[in-house]
Design a protein around this ligand. Structure first.
Ligand code: PLP
Length: 374
């Protein structure tokens, strides 16, 4: 079965289990594990920062990073209205940091610009919650935020004394697709969270990168949240191996994703957001719900997200998805299209992205594609 529901669906391999046996076995709560130290030093260097902290999940490393900046309520975080830190982290910013979120809808339909940010920064120290952190996400829904725009926002933030946090759960995808180094992305931020268990393929783990002082504080807060883990070396060792061996294969995954996206467009489906990396969003409407019936896809060895009643579907590729899966997907999509006379969709002007566009023509609410998938 090819699982295209998420890039968190990668399966640990036998090679990874073998590698775990070679890891050090110290206690990471006391910062005594060599394999963890090695991974943290490696990632800090990769992003051009002083220090890093290995944690259980992207949610944890995002929330720790933000919490370290939000020390004096009332304060707020400005982010894209679709940002994971705002929508999918259980209201963690309110819970952990007692801070407000000012979500902003990108005016270009794709990514926040300096102008979007500037218009929404709060400086109201009487009735508002002043903006303390600007939190960006790259990639967001698989789309890449241009480095030039990140630089403009970062310059603005620094001139206003505002901290920059990056939810780089999929920063490796952006870096591999654009050729912009992790270090170049890293220089525009005060803290960065990078997930290791998404496209990078590690079974567990995410990492927060920042200054020594912030990481020391984050380590303390991690313990407070119950996230201090003991013999984490085997996970660190595996994660570093994945960064070194799986991350370089991302361009192949992106090419397969592009082939699938182009194939779907050729059949008559519409892309809802530009396909830049490993994600595709399509709307099966006005097809029948039966289109999404699990057994039909399973016959073709494909697992896709299936939200009852929702027609928007997120398709995610990763290194364990092969050309066979893409071929199977396109065969089935062609059959479905033929049965449903899908060519008529081509005349539907509600399409957001054509095959060649890299920026959406208007903002699309994709929340229906995220029932509980990550
Ligand atoms: C953009 C983004 N940030 C953060 C996370 C959180 O990661 P985790 O599931 O490890 O908490 C996710 C998870 O899918 C994500 O997509």
């Amino acid at each position: 079965m090819f699982d295209l529901t998420s890039d968190t669906a990668t399966q640990p391999t036998d090679e990874m289990f073998d590698l775990m046996k070679t890891a050090s076995r110290g206690d990471d709560v006391f910062s005594q594990d060599d394999s963890v130290h090695e991974l943290e030093a490696y990632m800090a260097d990769l992003l051009g920062h002083e220090a890093a902290l290995f944690g259980t999940s992207g949610t944890m490393t995002n929330q720790l990073g933000l919490r370290c900046w939000l020390l004096h309520p009332p304060q707020s975080v400005l982010c894209d209205s679709r940002a994971h830190v705002h929508v999918h982290e259980c209201g963690g910013i309110a819970y952990h940091s007692q801070a407000a979120v000012y979500p902003v809808v990108p005016s270009n339909g794709s990514y926040l610009t300096k102008e979007d940010v500037e218009a929404n920064i709060s400086t109201d120290t009487l009735c508002g919650a002043p903006t303390k952190v600007i939190s960006l996400e790259n990639t967001l829904n698989g789309t890449i935020m241009p480095i030039e725009e990140i630089a403009r926002i970062s310059q603005l933030a620094r001139s206003r004394g505002i901290k920059m946090h990056l939810d780089g759960a999929r920063l490796f995808e952006a870096s591999q697709a654009t050729g912009v180094s992790m270090k170049e992305y890293g220089q525009h931020f005060d803290s960065v969270s990078v997930c290791l268990s998404k496209g990078a393929g590690a079974p567990i783990g995410s990492i927060l990168i920042s200054t020594k002082a912030v990481i020391q504080h984050a380590r303390h807060l991690r313990k407070l949240m119950g996230g201090g883990w003991r013999q984490a070396g085997m996970l660190a060792k595996t994660a570093q191996h994945c960064i070194e061996t799986i991350v370089p294969t991302m361009p192949r995954t992106h090419a397969l994703t592009r082939r699938l996206a182009d194939g779907l467009v050729d059949i008559g489906f519409k892309l809802l957001v530009p396909c830049h990396t490993n994600m595709i969003f399509i709307d099966f409407k006005p097809l029948t719900v039966a289109t999404l019936a699990v057994p039909l896809w399973e016959q073709h060895k494909i697992k896709i997200s299936n939200t009852p009643g929702a027609s928007i579907c997120r398709i995610v590729l990763h290194y364990q998805i092969t050309a066979e899966a893409v071929d199977n997907f396109l065969v089935l999509a062609t059959e479905i299209a033929a049965k449903n006379k899908i060519a008529k969709l081509n005349s539907d002007d509600s399409a957001i992205c054509s095959r060649s566009s890299s920026v959406a023509s208007s903002f699309t609410d994709l929340s229906a594609a995220y029932p509980s998938v990550q």
